[in-house]
Design a protein around this ligand. Structure first.
Ligand code: CA
Length: 718
């Protein structure tokens, strides 16, 4: 037992009785505030999403180091029961791993062997499948005083008994009629569990809620943007500050879908000030022209907001993207540490959001200490005004009257993949990308709940999931993703220490073994785990995995052996970025490595079967009609422009493609709802569904022809 309760000296009898009561009650996953605050003192465990309250994702473990890493090999792997994307950070408490999977399922595994101790399925209805923008992923659980907490795709927050895997309480945190979903990991402190939600691509208002860890009762809620001015306040912790500070930054006619600012990822508790920092996403609609009459900052979208953790009362905020219009979510993970800046030691918050600037804040006051471009050639902003501390946005960047090519693009210079910070090197490590997007305002705006309605186009195609920006949808000469790398950033010197080219890199783990660990994709679907020197970024080890890796690895130790563990499984926003060759679908899994590990991983999956298009043909007008429907309704899951990664099935390879009745039964009648393929009859007629089949059939013929032209030998990948 890593943290057996100590016996205080005075008064001895009372203390002994207290210890006895504690020792006899459940000790499984008994993680409290004290342990979370001092997480670095028990590196054998990984106690919370970011590794502890400071969320540095740094471990003191050093058995695996530059000298030994060449001996690192799989110790065990555990297969999930789903093909969908895996974004979970496993937690490890006293030899037990708590890991979540797609569809918000939770597993307790023996951290030494991978043997399952229990599993919990919240039975998310398939009808909730389309609610998240980017796959039914889950980024992880929280563990606190014997309970495991998980947020679900359909918006519930559930407490599970860590010993038995049985639910203790369940609370619905969202309006089930709206397009809210939870993919982020809850955080816990002082008897409260904190959770936000996603939905910023579909309308509504973001908020963060605090629930009592014992009862599931709501303690406080903070809305990130104001509500309809014709209605009274929300009766929430945010009422006063929204009226005083935020509402004056909003303009134009008010509609009930407007707002955004969803806190769908990063929430950090700061025990130094008893504050909660919440990081907010894009505004909705994404184009400010239609959201706020083309003006105003629209607080608190794309911001960091500091709240009192007990009450939700506002403390300070900083908006990183005034009047956000480019899908620049500011939800990236925040790191808490202390740095010596200009000779003064300061408690700081470090942040590298999508917008391309690296921020250092003073946690006490909220003062912005620095904002420095961490990628070159940023076009949307001229940086922070040194006098006002406000970000200066280039007026043309709002693409009000003419299209604008913004860099970074809508995929961002850094996604949700967590950064790490090493106190040893003083560097922050994260996957960064240089990219751009050509934004074109739609001529008018119509809100349709349930499908993307951002209010802009990429070069004529409906825009979302810009990560996937296919070259053909961007004007010639506009690069979409020219370079991506693992970045070692010095937050004091405000410059890159090094950049190591990595394609498809995931979140990062830093260790006292002078190493960084980062997973990545090979061709979008297959994966690899790699280790780098923390001081120079030199890659020193890698191991091919059957599945792509998106989330950061964690490290822990059991019986004196150090492990590196990571969830693997392509998906998430990556469902949009696939291409040929496509592979057969395979389950996601957890993989644990140790020195001289003797396990073997499954083989890479075989190539996907070639498409089998029907003999039928349709008039060009029908095919074109189907293409437009596909772009509007299908592309965000099945692959924009039919660039399918075959994680959510590649429709060109679907058996239903040659069967009109089966196609209709799926698209119109919703017979596959349990798998998340709901009926789309609300948005399309049977004739429209048939037109989509015509388009997909045409694309299937094209793909089959191209595979045949290569004589069946599709290109191998590196
Ligand atoms: Ca977004």
């Amino acid at each position: 037992m890593a943290r057996a309760p100590g016996i205080p000296a005075q008064p001895l009898l009372v203390a002994f009785l207290a210890w006895l009561v504690t020792a006899c009650s459940t000790k499984v996953a008994y993680v409290d505030d004290e342990r979370l605050r001092n997480a670095e003192e028990e590196p054998e465990n990984w106690l919370s999403y970011g590794g502890g309250y400071s969320e540095q994702r740094y471990s003191q473990l050093a058995q695996i180091n530059i000298g030994t890493v060449s001996r690192l090999a799989p110790a065990w792997s555990f297969d999930f029961d789903t093909y969908r994307g895996q974004e979970s950070t496993p937690l490890v408490v006293d030899g037990v791993m708590y890991v979540t999977s797609a569809w918000s399922k939770v597993y307790a595994l023996d951290a030494r062997t991978g043997a399952m101790l229990w599993s919990y399925d919240p039975e998310v209805p398939g009808s909730a499948g389309p609610k998240p923008c980017c796959d039914v992923v889950n980024r992880g659980a929280a563990v606190y005083k014997g309970k495991v907490f998980v947020g679900t795709i359909d918006g519930r927050l559930i407490a599970i008994d860590a010993r038995t895997g049985k639910p203790v309480w369940s609370t619905l945190t969202v309006d089930p009629k709206r397009m809210h979903s939870i993919t982020g990991a809850p955080r816990v402190a002082r008897g409260k569990v904190f959770i936000g939600n996603g939905g910023g691509e579909f309308g509504g208002r973001g908020y963060v809620s605090a629930y009592d860890t014992e009862t599931g009762k709501l303690v406080w809620r903070f809305y990130t943007v104001p509500g309809d001015p014709s209605r009274p306040g929300d009766g929430a912790a945010s009422d006063e500050v929204l009226e005083r500070i935020a509402r004056p930054t909003w303009h134009g006619p008010w509609r009930d879908y407007i707002g955004g600012g969803h806190a769908w990822n990063a929430i950090v508790y700061d025990p130094d000030f008893n504050r909660l920092y919440i990081a907010t996403g894009n505004g909705f609609p994404l184009n400010r022209k239609y959201r706020s009459d083309g003006k105003g900052d629209n607080l608190f979208i794309a911001s960091i907001v500091a709240l009192d953790a007990d009450t939700g009362a506002y403390a300070w905020h900083y908006q990183e993207v005034p009047g956000e219009s480019w899908d620049y979510d500011s939800v990236q993970d925040m790191i808490l540490t202390e740095l010596r800046i200009d000779g003064v030691r300061r408690k700081v918050l470090l942040h590298a959001p999508k917008n391309g600037f690296f921020y250092v804040f003073d946690r006490a006051s909220g003062e912005l200490i620095s904002a420095t471009p961490y990628v070159p050639n940023i076009t949307w902003s001229k940086g922070v005004d040194p006098v006002t501390g406000r970000m200066t946005v280039v007026p043309e960047a709002y693409y009000m009257d003419a299209p604008f090519t913004s860099s970074p693009g809508a995929g961002g210079a850094h996604g949700w993949q967590p950064p790490a910070f090493s106190p040893k090197t003083g560097l922050v490590y994260f996957p960064a990308a240089e990219n751009s997007t050509h934004y074109i305002s739609t001529p008018d705006y119509e809100y349709v709940e349930g499908i993307d309605s951002p209010g802009f186009y990429f070069h004529g195609a409906p825009a979302h999931g810009a990560e996937s920006a296919a070259p053909q949808r961007v004007p010639v000469g506009v690069s979409t993703r020219s370079r991506s790398y693992l970045l070692g950033w010095d937050p004091v010197a405000r410059k890159a220490a090094w950049r190591t080219d990595v394609r498809g890199g995931g979140g990062v783990l830093a260790t006292a073994g002078e190493l960084l660990f980062q997973g990545r994709s090979r061709n979008g679907v297959l994966g690899e785990l790699a280790a780098f020197r923390a001081d120079t970024g030199e890659e020193v080890w890698s191991y091919k995995t059957p599945n792509a890796i998106m989330q950061a690895p964690v490290t822990y130790s059991v019986d004196g052996e150090q492990y590196i563990a990571v969830t693997s499984g392509a998906g998430g926003a990556g469902i949009l970025s696939g291409g040929e060759p496509a592979y057969a679908r395979q389950p996601g899994r957890v993989i644990a490595f140790k020195l001289d590990g003797a396990a073997t991983l499954p083989e890479d999956p075989p190539l996907a079967p070639p498409p089998a298009p029907p003999e039928e043909t349709w008039p060009t007008a029908v095919v074109d009609d189907g293409k437009a429907h596909y772009a509007r309704l299908c592309g965000r899951c099945h692959g924009l422009n039919m660039r399918s990664a075959n994680i959510i099935p590649d429709l060109r390879r679907s058996a239903a493609l040659a069967d009109k009745e089966a196609w209709r039964a799926i698209v119109i009648d919703g017979v596959l709802e349990r798998q998340g393929m709901v009926s789309w009859s609300k948005f399309i007629s049977p004739e429209g569904a048939e037109a989509i089949r015509a388009y997909v059939a045409e694309e299937a013929r094209r793909l089959a022809g191209s595979i045949k032209a290569q004589d069946g030998s599709r290109p191998s990948i590196q």
